[in-house]
Design a protein around this ligand. Structure first.
Ligand SMILES: NC(=O)c1ccc[n+]([C@@H]2O[C@H](COP(=O)([O-])OP(=O)(O)OC[C@H]3O[C@@H](n4cnc5c(N)ncnc54)[C@H](O)[C@@H]3O)[C@@H](O)[C@H]2O)c1
Length: 489
């Protein structure tokens, strides 16, 4: 992503914003009661102060939580981005949510933002390759951090974060929302119960379809410098789930990866003349089923198309272009310190989207999946299945826990854990910090290194001296195991 607007310093104060918003035709009306707090400071406990850096798609969830759902406990005090257009949009959103539009700061003014608006927390929702920069700068300026996944994209950046955390004593939370999705939490509950004993191996296969999967190749994610590739950007979710499900720390990684579908050659094999720059100017758009029209989608238009002029970021780049340097086909073997092994695959060009996982335990097997191909019909996205199969005995289908909203309802539960002043105690220990962020992202980084060298990679060699994450207690690997099928078993 280009940083062309970096020098155009623009601390948009409220007056500038209102002027700008009306120029943009956002129809913002000055509501004096919204601008003047009538509450006595003693009437309520002080609300926590948040600043958001990176005001793209994902930030909307946090902004809505702070300014709407958790407004009694939280206050949005500043917005920061490279792109002044998206900053103005976020201010307008603030008004729509009933908040007081906070001041905005262009990225170069990040430290000034912290000094003048004094946030307790900085929420980092910039592109992945820049997380470390804002995490470290926020901690050095005395703030705690909430970072989107992945924690970061390279071992060097990971070391910077770990050092800053130790140096400053600040906290860094990493928002692994999938831990909170009801069926994923239910799997954790079943594994903790010991019903299938302790886990010796895991098979996880993750599928992205040719709509969602292709999107990663259009956007900034298509370059490892920005995203760490799908091994880091996407698989950090999956590796974190397995780490947390097992309550185990990864030790070594072996992997192969390639780009075999989203390639210039595939464009030609599909009958196109070859890759183009972007959908918007593509002469073959009528023959390409990957074509998207940013102008026709109000959300994409408002977030990206309307603000291209500020940073040169095209949200509709050709998915077949040669400069892409991330993989679409990846196979990984992970060995944990406990001895448990994981076989994982990620394919970004599948006919259905979701995953299948099997935990092979000393007393049986747990099978779980999200999404399913439906014979004769469209695949059912999001449909959850959980089954327990003892070593010798009938399989048992388990009714999956359900939730409402994005990520099977996981985002909602996570936001409560994040923004309520006294969240409920959590026996699953779903709240994650930089140690868990590192443990999962480093598997992806190790896989990336393995793609280049063909050699097994030890996690400890990437970032020496890492502390282990804290996990809930899991079944012992030394406890007696019943004889399979014996009467007393
Ligand atoms: N947990 C989840 O399910 C989930 C889902 C989507 C995205 N994410 C994560 O959220 C983050 C943001 O993703 P997104 O989809 O919102 O991307 P996006 O492209 O919509 O938004 C990124 C924003 O960051 C800004 N930005 C880029 N570089 C910057 C810099 N150096 N300084 C300041 N601002 C900068 C961009 O201008 C843009 O506004 C990523 O880390 C992504 O991995 C997580």
């Amino acid at each position: 992503m280009s940083a062309s607007s970096d020098s155009a310093s623009s601390h948009l104060d409220r007056r500038t914003f209102l002027k700008g918003a009306s120029t943009l035709g956002l129809g913002v009306a000055l509501n004096s009661s919204a601008l003047i707090s009538g509450e006595s400071p003693a009437a309520k406990p002080r609300r926590r102060r948040y600043a958001i850096v990176g005001n793209g798609s994902r930030s909307v969830m946090y902004q809505t939580a702070i300014e709407k759902d958790f407004r009694d406990h939280a206050e949005l005090v500043a917005l920061c981005d490279l792109n002044p257009g998206r900053l103005a949009l976020a201010q307008a959103r603030s008004q729509q949510l009933g908040g007081t539009p906070p001041p905005t700061f262009i990225a170069a003014d990040f430290e000034r933002m912290i000094a003048t608006t004094k946030p307790d927390f900085v929420i980092v929702t910039t592109i992945d390759g820049t997380h470390d920069d804002y995490i470290v700068r926020a901690m050095d300026a005395g703030c705690d951090v909430i970072s989107e996944k992945p924690l970061t994209t390279t071992p060097e950046k990971c070391r910077r974060i770990v050092d800053a955390r130790r140096r400053t004593g600040r906290t860094c939370r990493v928002t692994f929302n999938l831990r909170y999705s009801p069926p994923c939490t239910q799997v954790k509950e079943l594994l903790m119960s010991g019903e299938i004993g302790d886990i010796l191996s895991v098979d996880l296969h993750w599928m992205l379809n040719t709509r969602h999967g292709a999107d990663y190749f259009r956007r900034w994610h298509g370059h490892k410098e920005n995203s760490g590739g799908l091994m880091v950007h996407k698989a950090t979710h999956h590796f974190d789930l397995v780490n947390w499900w097992l309550g185990a720390v990864p030790e070594s990684v072996f992997a192969t990866g390639k780009r075999d579908f989203y390639t210039p050659k595939m464009a030609r094999r599909m009958g196109l003349s070859g890759p183009q720059e972007r959908c918007r100017t593509c002469p073959e758009s009528s023959r390409c089923t990957f074509y998207i029209d940013l102008a026709k989608d109000p959300t994409l238009k408002a977030l990206y198309l309307d603000h291209e002029k500020h940073d040169g970021y095209f949200r509709d780049r050709c998915i077949f272009r040669p400069s892409i340097d991330i993989e679409d086909t990846m196979n990984v073997l992970v060995r944990y310190q406990t001895g448990t092994t994981l076989a994982y695959s990620l394919n970004a060009f599948n006919s259905w989207e979701g995953y299948t996982i099997a935990f092979n335990g000393t007393k049986g097997r747990l099978e779980h999946s999200i999404g399913a191909p439906k014979p004769g019909g469209q695949p059912v996205s999001g449909a959850a299945r959980i089954a327990l199969i003892p070593l010798r005995g009938p399989a048992r289908e388990i009714e999956p826990w359900t939730g409402v909203g994005s990520h099977q309802g996981g985002d909602k539960v996570m936001l409560e854990d994040l923004f309520l002043p006294s969240p409920a105690p959590d026996k699953y220990l779903r709240s994650a910090d930089e140690r868990a962020g590192a443990a999962s992202a480093l598997i992806g980084m190790a896989a990336n290194r393995c793609f280049e060298t063909g050699q097994l990679v030890r996690i400890k060699e990437l970032v020496p001296g890492l502390s282990d994450p804290t996990y809930a207690p899991m079944p012992s690997r030394d406890a007696p195991v019943p004889m399979p099928g014996a009467a007393s078993a």
